[in-house]
Design a protein. Sequence first.
Length: 276
Amino acid sequence: MNCVARGPIRKMTSRLETPVHYSLPIGEESVAMNPLLGSPLKLHFTGQINCVHCGRNTNKSFNQGYCYPCFQRLAQCDSCIIHPEKCHFDMGTCREPEWGEKYCMQDHIVYLANSSGVKVGITRATQIPTRWIDQGAVQALAIVRVRTRLQSGSLEVLFKQHVADKTNWRDMLKGGDHHTDLHAERDRLVQACKKDIDDLVQRFGFHAISVLSGIDAVQIEYPVLEYPEKISSFNFDKDANVEGTLIGIKGQYLIFDTGVINMRRFAGYNLEIFTS
């Protein structure tokens, strides 16, 4: 097998086509992954991890690619990123106010996605449809537009009392992409939470929260030749080599005939990629 690329990786980039087009940033290169479908592929972890922010060598990766000092210091690693309803920018305690201004104090979308079933989620408006692809959604629908991350998190808290907010990655990778009526789900949620939504409008202002209508759901098709019957996952921390025939890509997972691996989880890991 020939080594086609080596270096620290980042999460796969994607482009909404039919099917989704994937590339893997590695070192100074970007490897197109779709053409490798159906071919033998080997990924070798060299043992070196570089922080995705500062580049320093680190023995352990935190929060999918950061060294410990960056994990402790950066706003993008704060707990409010996982729990946006806890955003504390307005309290003046953001770790990096300039970063918060750029990424949190901008329009966000509350959406419904069908990945392993219908779930609610939030993302920056500029991250659509990337966020949906990263989650392996086969359908997605923007349902509310808001002005800040805090507002989106507050709405998500309401909605997740009535619908899931997590993707079951094993079910997502088994395929069986059952489509559902996301517009009907949106109407059900908005009606169930109407009083609470009105309360948030009073809290944040009339122009802060806009329930969306007249928008089509986005349909997403992935480059998968065959879905695995059983899901077994690879882990570079336990085995430096991942090898097999690449039979699919979905979300941030490479699907081999021998198992699956979440490439986003290993951002910053130095890999060598071999193909025949």
